[in-house]
Design a protein around this ligand. Sequence first.
Ligand SMILES: [Zn+2]
Length: 292
Amino acid sequence: MATPLSADKLLKALRDEGLHVVEHRSWRTNNRNHKGPWGPVHGVMIHHTVTSGTQPSVDLCYDGHSALPGPLCHGVIAKDGSVHLVGNGRANHAGLGDDDVLRAVIAEAGTLPPDNEANTDGNRHFYGFECVNLGDGKDPWPAAQLLAIERAAAAVCRAHRWTQRSVIGHLEWQPGKIDPRGFTMGSMRSRIGKRLDSPAEGPVDPPPRPAYEPFPGAAFFRAGRSSPIVTAMGRRLVAEGCGRYAVGPGPAWSEADRSSYAAWQRKLGYTGSAADGVPGRGSWDRLKVPNV
Ligand SMILES: [Zn+2]
């Protein structure tokens, strides 16, 4: 039993497990919490999509369809091993399953009872990963995708201090389901268990770069300073109609930079010493200097 991970914690857990993670649209607020409870969480459920192509599969799992509104899972695992986050909260993936199975998952029992009842709300208790595969028994499961399934399930288990016995397939939960088809959940659980014996491998994705240059501090802007940030700032000042350059802009902080920046401050409504041409955080953030 556990409280569901926050969006930030889920994202960090997946990245720390060495996965390439893509945040799809407003996944952080995409859920079915208005239709029922989310949590306590007890495990991870693996599915196949019965679709092909990463983008159509991700779009479908985010939006759902008229008979089954999205999100249809929390993350979509593509054939290239990338994980696309589409939901955070209650998602339409598990449906009604067997209470005996839920008890076995909670106890992390070694064997699962047959799933011969549909009497328990699984969407409340399971994280769901939809894996892109036609589910026809012929569509291949690339090694990169199987590795990503192993990593994603391990990431959630590690975050909750669960073992691999908290990971089940949809076919082990709900009568009549066959997914995932093409590998056994027993083999996948054994891979997850081995992975959990060692620490997480750490992130492979570089931390996302901010779109704009962060404010470098007022002391940055002094005579003798030479930096591509000064050039980028000057170009933005020119674009805003505030350029007071005879030549340039260039990397060396100059009187022309100062008077150009003062024009920008006046344009924003600053007056007096607040429009002295020395950048401050508020005016800098509004200038949106591109990352250099
Ligand atoms: Zn399924």
